[in-house]
Design a binder for this molecule. Structure first.
Ligand SMILES: [Zn+2]
Length: 436
């Protein structure tokens, strides 16, 4: 089993309640962290990475994405969510084939790897192609097929999820896990959602679902069922029996917030997408105060436009401070936790990833802080949360494999991926600008 020694970095483990920063070494053996201590000898080590001048921390976890939507980045901005979805996004998605999805997911993986994300949760379709791209790019992912029940094809959709589990759950050296993914309360009537819950029970799976993204959705649910989307899911028993990854949870009443108390799983807060689509602000502080796990996600690049999770870190902090007129509402360390260990909890992977601890999987990023915009080094957590951007990530290791070193991707041919994506986008959007 290969051994990698990360030497002399400023290690931020994210494993403790208060920031725990020290200059020390990290030894990786196979896909795990073997030792964290000073002056680990180099004998028998296959590769030494000099981390002086760099922060060594757990890779970031993006808890909600539709990765291949990078193909639609910048295609149709500045529209209302329902109009954006039904008039532009859904028709464009109908034109996507498996090849488009593979290359789109490869592009998204490249972007995530280059900005510090080592794990992402995805909800999309053509999940075989998504999983193949995850396998090829070296990233870690929790995948689900998006299940919308707006026509007659219920059986076919449920079968696709079953296939995803059979083909990919636990595969790619354990980097891929699967979930069941009903799209949202407004696209899943009660009888379909019950079938989905039965399937999740059979597969012993967690459930990944959008919730209360817009006020329109809440109004629609009141019209259809006389209750809020949160109450709708709660009444169906979703929060009692399952580990649930709730996405957005923006438009919650006080009663809705209390329904989420004791939630197994967590919430993916996606502040950039929410701001861009004018959806509102998730009551992160209230939820965290009740002990609910709140993690971070980008959502698809169709809305978020970027997959750089450092943008979400900044936005999440600033939105709560501004909403509550209170700069103490959330600290830099708390928001870094949302991007790491809280993300691992939301995905049900907290025993494996999310912090740097002996015997956890080696998902590690090195951030170069020897740069003008990151000087001086007064408060490292504030620097990481408020000043660093994705391009400052220098090296990424996933499952003990170096996937990016000195900003060069080792697992993805960037140029090839960009050219393939350009071909796909030309066909799908018909509005690409060629500058080369
Ligand atoms: Zn989404």
């Amino acid at each position: 089993m290969g051994k990698i020694l990360i030497k002399g970095g400023l290690v931020l483990s994210m494993a403790t309640d208060k920031p725990d920063l020290r200059i020390t070494d990290v030894l990786i053996k196979g896909n795990q962290i073997e030792q964290i201590m000073k002056d680990i000898p180099e004998d028998g080590v296959d590769k030494v990475i000099d981390a002086s001048g760099k922060v060594v921390m757990p890779g970031l976890i993006n808890c909600h994405n539709h990765a291949a939507m990078v193909l639609l980045r910048g295609y149709c901005d500045d529209l209302r969510l329902m109009e954006w979805l039904s008039e532009k996004i859904w028709p464009a998605e109908d034109r996507l084939n498996g090849d488009d999805i593979y290359w789109g997911t490869m592009l998204a993986a490249a972007e995530m790897l280059k900005s510090g994300t080592t794990t992402f949760a995805d909800m999309y379709f053509f999940m075989d192609e998504v999983a193949t791209a995850v396998n090829d790019s070296g990233i870690r992912a929790s995948l689900c097929q998006g299940l919308l029940f707006i026509d007659e094809n219920v059986e076919r959709r449920l079968n696709a999820t079953q296939q995803l589990f059979e083909n990919w759950h636990g595969k790619a050296d354990g980097r891929i896990t699967a979930m069941v993914g009903p799209h949202a309360p407004y696209t899943c009537p009660p009888e379909s959602l019950k079938l989905v819950m039965d399937l999740a029970k059979d597969l012993n799976s967690a459930i990944h679902i959008h919730l209360a993204e817009t006020t329109e959705e809440v109004n629609q649910m009141f019209k259809m069922y006389g209750k809020s989307p949160t109450k709708y899911l709660s009444d169906l028993g979703l929060f009692e029996e399952f580990h649930v990854l709730l996405v957005h949870a923006v438009n919650l009443s006080r009663d809705d917030i209390y329904l989420l108390k004791g939630l197994q799983g967590g919430i993916s807060h996606n502040p950039v997408s929410n701001q861009k689509l004018g959806c509102g602000i998730t009551p992160v502080k209230e939820l965290r105060d009740l002990g609910v796990t709140v993690a971070l996600g980008t959502d698809g690049a169709g809305s978020a436009t970027t997959l750089d999770l450092f943008e979400e870190i900044k936005s999440a902090a600033w939105l709560q401070k501004n909403r509550l007129f209170d700069p103490t509402a959330i600290t830099s360390y708390e928001v870094l936790k949302m991007a790491t260990i809280e993300g691992a909890k939301a995905l049900g992977l907290a025993n494996e990833i999310g912090s740097l601890e002996v015997s956890k999987k080696a998902d590690i990023i090195l951030i170069d802080i020897e740069k003008p915009h990151l000087y001086p080094h007064n408060d490292i957590c504030a620097l990481l949360a408020y000043s660093v951007n994705g391009a400052d990530v220098d090296t990424s290791i996933i499952n003990g494999q170096v996937v990016m070193e000195n900003r060069t991707l080792l697992s993805v041919n960037e140029r090839e991926v960009m050219m393939k994506v350009r071909e796909s986008a030309r066909r799908i959007t018909g509005q690409t600008v060629d500058i080369l």
